[in-house]
Design a protein around this ligand. Structure first.
Ligand code: SF4
Length: 445
């Protein structure tokens, strides 16, 4: 039997430790820049001074109390949706308010006081403002209204089906805030409307008749804007269908209206496991004590939390912002799940990034931070053909049983896939030599 590369080296313990220290020092260098940068990317928790002042101003303006502020129904009934209130509350320029007025004629907008309190009006490219306050660029007419062809994938009322074993029930067009980048803005319409009970019954009947469906996503709009009774009823009806294994809920309230996560709602959710909730944090500034509390309550109710961020120009299209976002999400027990490549929905063209930007972000995540903090970068294929992963290329080539790979650090290696004991053309040895290149002494032939 031939000796392995390491056997041939016959290293002492001290030499092995020396190699490990050299390697650790090189790894450390790869993260120095981010370690310095991350402190300049503030979370919402670190912006409490500004947030607190905004909140105080709004409570005074609406003549409201702390108790009102913590009540999600008060938040909903005091959503800011006109330029005059915006002008009264924030130091925005006349032009910004005029833009909101003009865009409002064409597209609905509405911001919960809580989400508005996160705005830093002194920052020109404030990520909270960009996502919530209308900009004149929305009037650009280019783009599609339904790039995912959702209207062509609805076999029953309220149902969207794009995959073999799962489907979506759309329960409402209402949201706590109408995000300026919304990919479903055509659903938002003019008025808030929950789906009629008879449509939900028809959706349930479709699920009953299709036994291959094992996973149902309840979404909208925002599914958690239904009242607790309706949510409990729908989850209960799904529980009665034997072939339904899991239920999912799509909501951005954790980000835009965390007051919606009440003990009463958690009690309802706790009764219907297993429930997975996916939300949409797009920037670390959205992570606040309130959103953390909402996540804690949901986790304690047995809900599994995931995040579906949208890649947005000017908001989060930078590797360090995305890395910090994902790391902060793990701290509040939300697993980064997807990073969506935003498509050109009419009125959202100013948020669109290139795929190259998305790939560059993924390159800076994989290997540089915990795998748990690395979401899947996906694009919804046109025509309703579903989420399609877009990955940086790590598999460079393959010849018979030998694959050529590129590691997260850009080391190009070869690896033989033949099982041990079989002749593998020496490529495992090549791999070891390449992998440890620079850390261990070279073997003389
Ligand atoms: S919460 Fe979701 S559906 Fe509602 S406006 Fe925002 S992105 Fe669109």
């Amino acid at each position: 039997m031939s000796m392995s590369y390491f056997d041939q080296l016959n290293l002492t313990g001290e030499e092995k430790r020396g190699a490990a220290l050299k390697r650790a020092s090189e790894l450390k260098k790869t993260i120095v820049e981010y370690t310095e940068n991350k402190f300049s990317i503030k979370t919402g928790t670190e912006m409490q001074e500004i947030t607190g002042l905004n909140k105080e101003r709004m409570l005074h303006y609406f003549n409201a109390s702390e108790k009102d502020w913590d009540d999600w129904r008060w938040q909903m009934s005091h959503r800011i949706s006109d330029a005059i209130t915006l002008e009264d509350l924030f130091d925005f320029s006349e032009s910004q308010c005029a833009q909101a007025r003009r865009v409002g004629i064409k597209y609905r907008w509405s911001i919960s006081p809580y989400y508005a309190s996160l705005i830093d009006s002194f920052e020109d490219n404030d990520p909270i403002r960009l996502q919530s306050v209308p900009s004149i660029e929305e009037l650009d007419e280019s783009g599609h209204s339904d790039p995912m062809s959702e209207e062509m994938t609805s076999p029953a009322p309220c149902v969207t089906r794009r995959y073999p074993d799962r489907l979506i029930i759309n329960v409402t067009n209402q949201c706590a805030m109408y995000c300026r980048h919304c990919q479903r803005r055509r659903n938002i319409g003019e008025t808030d409307r929950h789906k009629p009970h008879r449509s939900l019954l028809a959706a349930l009947e479709y699920i009953r008749q299709n036994r291959e469906i094992r996973d149902v996503l309840i979404t909208g709009g925002d599914a958690l804007l239904l009242d607790d009774l309706k949510i409990g009823w729908l989850l209960g009806e799904l529980d009665k269908i034997k072939h339904i294994e899991i239920k999912r809920i799509g909501t951005r309230t954790i980000v835009s209206l965390p007051q919606r996560i009440t003990p009463e709602l958690c009690k309802v959710l706790k009764k219907h496991p297993p429930i997975f909730i996916n939300t949409q944090f797009n920037h670390p500034r959205e992570i606040t004590p309130e959103s953390k509390k909402a996540c804690d309550m949901l986790v304690e109710a047995g809900v599994v939390l995931g995040n579906q961020a949208v890649l947005l120009k000017g908001v989060n299209n930078a590797p360090d912002i995305m890395k910090k976002l994902n790391q902060e999400l793990l701290k509040i027990r939300v697993r980064p799940y997807y990073l969506f490549h935003a498509k050109h929905v009419k009125g959202t063209g100013h948020f669109i990034t290139t795929v190259d930007e998305g790939l560059a972000i993924m390159e800076k995540l994989r290997g540089y931070t915990s795998g748990l903090a690395v979401p899947a970068y996906v694009m919804n294929a046109p025509g309703g053909y579903g989420k399609t992963p877009i990955l940086p290329q790590y598999l460079l080539g393959r010849q018979d049983e030998v694959i050529r790979m590129r590691t997260w650090e850009n080391r190009v290696l070869e690896w033989a896939m033949k099982p041990p004991g079989k002749k593998c053309g020496g490529s495992v040895e090549t791999y070891l030599k390449q992998g440890m290149d620079g850390y261990l002494p070279a073997i003389s032939d």
